[in-house]
Ligand binder design. Sequence first.
Ligand SMILES: C[S@@+](CC[C@H](N)C(=O)[O-])C[C@H]1O[C@@H](n2cnc3c(N)ncnc32)[C@H](O)[C@@H]1O
Length: 501
Amino acid sequence: MLGAAGEERLCAYVRARTGIRILDHQMEIVRRVVADACERFGLADAETYLTALENGPGNSPEHEHLVAGVTVGESYFFRDQTQMDFLRRVWLPELIERRRDSGDRHLRIWSAGCSDGQELYSLAILLYELLPDMDDWNLHLLGTDINTAALGRAIRGRYSAWSFRATPDDTRDRYFRRDGPHHWQISPHLRRRVKFAYLNLSEDNFPSILSETNALDLVLCRNVFIYFDPVVVGAVMAKLRASLVPGGCLLLGASDLLESAAQDGFDLHALGGAFHLTRQAEPSRPPADARGAAPLPEPVTTDRATPATPSKPEIERPAAVMPPGPAPGFEYIIQLLGREAWREALIQIEHRQRAGDDSAVIWQFRAKALANLGRAREAMQACEHSIERDPADKHSHFIRALVFMELNRLPAAEEALRRTLYLDRAFVEAHYQLGMLQIRRGRRAAGLKSLRNALDIAERAAPERRLHDAAGMNHARMAAILRNELRMYEDGHDRKGGHRP
Ligand SMILES: C[S@@+](CC[C@H](N)C(=O)[O-])C[C@H]1O[C@@H](n2cnc3c(N)ncnc32)[C@H](O)[C@@H]1O
């Protein structure tokens, strides 16, 4: 048993590492988790366990056990009928029509705090029903969570009857095949449309092209904030806002009542008993970073031909304003890129280019900013200019690979990643992306090998050394994420291919 001071330390640890606030009535659960952990890991007492957590790498088995114990993973298919009907009948059809008219058939959706994957698969089913030409669309359907055991179950895609309590039987039977007397397995065709990854909403950086959390049309972050500390909610909301394209939609859970401050930069729309939020073009105040540090990413504009909000007129991209004075130095631009202030960085980059800088590096910076702003085609052109000027710069090849991925040109992305690794065998982010890509293309064994390569490199590097292409991340954090990804893919079974059910 931990004393009162020990329990306070444990709650502080959970809050700092996950954003979750443990309330008094939940302490009994926490005590059970601690007792179970001591037995499972053969620890002398609760104090030893707490010390192991505090001094551990942050993704130790003890940490994972605690996360699994204190997170509430309750979820089911087609949860919240009102929101699902809104998506099915209004929001998605209108957006799809606009995208069809524009000839740019892409949709980007993120289930943040996806638990066992029911929410993301529900979206995949809705899209399947709305898109008879689904194969002609570039669909980015991402599910992330902090609980790797839940992610493993999401990847497996096997569910008990309880998950279908709001799903009509005929829908269940169309998209799942029975697997034993009480379980159903998601259709491989839908399984291969979605992607799951580890992401801690309170600690990890987003939006980022690296975690594919940028330029999103729709984010579902439902029934996650109810467990969060309110301060963390405000910071996460600001980052979610930055992840959306202007006019993009955020769905929260019906009980995720927000402090008014947390709604900054969103329009709130009532939906019967529920609500949805749409991203305004500009925030009404500068958002604060989760740890109160540097300001968050600038508002993200997009080169997508159609905005995400069907019911509103297109929001114009603000014209780049030429700042007064001499062109900025590289250091200032690097600083802006490091802070993920993409829009401001782009303005300064253009300023430098107009002043005559035509170097490979400035084109590479431009590509990076554009890619993160969701302006994929322009980013591709900038990569090509950069590579033309310096074919041996691994970073330009790497950004090009990420842009190919965003455009769903997976073979080209793989080739660009291999080129990056040819230039630098120890490029950890490239091994990581190659691994994720191979898994996505159905080559699980090769993918796991690439992820292990990435982990080896990340573990051998100095823990505090920053990664070049993942702002705000050092090698220790990358290693932690990789261990989580490996655990989740080794737990789950990624399945390949399939046909329409
Ligand atoms: C109640 S479930 C919600 C599942 C789904 N969104 C739904 O509404 O059905 C909450 C999920 O949030 C996840 N979660 C909690 N803290 C998190 C964090 N800091 N980062 C990412 N996910 C987190 C939990 O692991 C859990 O799977």
